[in-house]
Design a protein around this ligand. Structure first.
Ligand code: IMO
Ligand code: MG
Length: 418
């Protein structure tokens, strides 16, 4: 089918980069519609690790064009670094990166304000919430505004003055920002060659029937509307952001793939009912190498939460599931899946009824047997141990969506079709 979207079903870090990379071979366009350098998408090819933050993972396939849609917030310095690093690894990006003229821009001021205020939420410190905030306050600048260096300089000066007047930063912080602003202006100038009318690019590609892959960043539970507010990111990370963030009709997505990790992780603060703050959680963290690709922070780990995952399936309209990191669970003799919450003597099965008081939910678990080592060596999903098949079947039953693929290791080849 021509337009496929890949959406994170949990709190991000589900393995979207790897799956998008795998699905990109044969795609004409891979597009991102929201978020920015807060994302960290890891792709491992022949022992070489690529971590992408703003450029869609499709860039690693030479015939794919990558669209950075207007729903994103772009950090010029970080984007130029990313492009340079791809070039350093022999990846030719000529004509393959199309940056929307209307994407909003993250400035050094946004980053400074995020570093100063982001601790409560545990943000990535990349200025994301502040840039989206300026967008909503109609104070933002867009990629198209980078063209006129003179007005860009004026904008930066005015915005800094406003920040001081409104107490967003102190005058004492200005000298430290000076170098960052120089670097920002330099990188902004380098970005000009990538500017494109990406709405037309997308609409024309859809009209031609091109093969298009849409890459979500973060996950449904971090979505500003659907997630665990206020412990969320500041964009529509779920499928709901696709139409607005790329300027395409909401009905244009033909197939929606949800990526779920076979257990649960979360970076940053906020409620997490199935979190394991014990030895088991530590084991998950170590076996799964659960450390953030963007900030290096350890990820909080816990059992698969089917209540939350079912909500993600229903709100996004997920057609099929890729279940990632199944191999990590082989360390455990028995596994748990959360099938409901207990609160005030009541049973709650509906995440939407619980999301605003999630910290009070006590998870109700179902226990399933583990399957032991060896899964990562498999080449055929039919050969999965019976216990693993049972685990997957139970997830399918609870989520009412088929698990079409499982991933059993970091390499491109370690994705099995069921
Ligand atoms: P990928 O695309 C995991 C989390 C942060 C914090 C909250 C808000 O790799 O799955 P922000 O910097 O966005 O204002 O932080 O969201 N967060 C992520 N967690 N994976 C991500 O992206 C994330 N992007 C943001 O840890 O809790
Ligand atoms: Mg991440």
């Amino acid at each position: 089918m021509p337009v496929t979207a890949v959406i994170g079903g949990q709190w991000g870090d589900e393995g979207k980069g790897k799956i998008v990379d795998a699905l990109s071979s044969g795609a004409d366009i891979v597009a991102r519609y929201q978020g920015g350098a807060n994302a960290g998408h890891t792709v491992i090819i022949n022992d070489k690790t690529f971590i992408l933050h703003q450029i869609p993972s499709g860039i690693l396939h030479e015939n794919v064009r990558c669209v950075l849609g207007h729903g994103m917030v772009i950090d010029p310095v970080s984007l130029i670094d990313e492009i340079d690093s791809l070039h350093g690894n022999g990846i030719d990006t000529t004509g393959r990166i199309l940056l929307s003229t209307h994407a909003h821009i993250v400035t050094p001021l946004h980053r400074a304000m995020d570093r100063a205020t982001g601790q409560v939420i545990g943000t990535t410190g990349r200025g994301i919430g502040l840039a989206y905030s300026d967008k909503a306050r109609r104070l933002g600048i867009r990629a198209v505004d980078l063209i006129d260096a003179g007005s860009l300089g004026d904008y930066i000066r005015k915005r800094l003055k406003l920040a001081i007047d409104q107490g967003e930063i102190t005058e004492a912080e200005l000298p430290a920002l000076k170098d960052d602003i120089e670097q920002f202006l330099h990188a902004s100038n380098k970005l000009l060659e990538y500017l494109a009318d990406t709405v037309s690019v997308m609409l024309e590609a859809i009209a031609r029937g091109d093969s298009i892959l849409i890459e979500g960043a973060q996950g449904t539970l971090l979505d500003v509307d659907l997630g665990t507010y206020p412990y969320v990111t500041s964009s529509s990370a779920s499928a709901s952001g696709i139409a607005a963030g790329l300027g395409i009709p909401a009905r244009s997505v033909d197939r929606l793939i949800g990526i779920f990790k076979a257990y649960a992780t979360r970076v940053g603060n906020g409620p997490f009912p199935t979190e394991l703050e014990d030895r088991t959680g530590e084991q998950l963290q170590n076996s799964g190498a659960e450390f953030g690709a963007t900030t290096g922070r350890p990820r909080r780990c816990g059992w698969f939460d089917a209540v939350a995952a079912r909500y993600a399936c229903r709100t996004n309209g997920i057609d099929e599931i890729y279940l990632s990191k199944l191999d990590v669970l082989e360390k455990f003799d028995s596994l748990k899946i959360c099938t409901g919450y207990r609160w005030n003597g009541e049973m709650i099965n509906d995440f939407s009824a619980a999301v605003h008081k999630l910290d009070k939910m006590e998870p109700i678990y179902e226990e399933l047997p583990g399957w032991g080592a060896g899964v990562s060596q498999l080449t055929d999903a039919n050969d999965l141990p019976d216990q693993a098949k049972t685990y997957i079947a139970r997830i399918e039953e609870l989520l009412e969506v088929p698990v079409s693929h499982v991933s059993i290791g970091a390499e491109r080849s370690q994705i099995l079709k069921r």
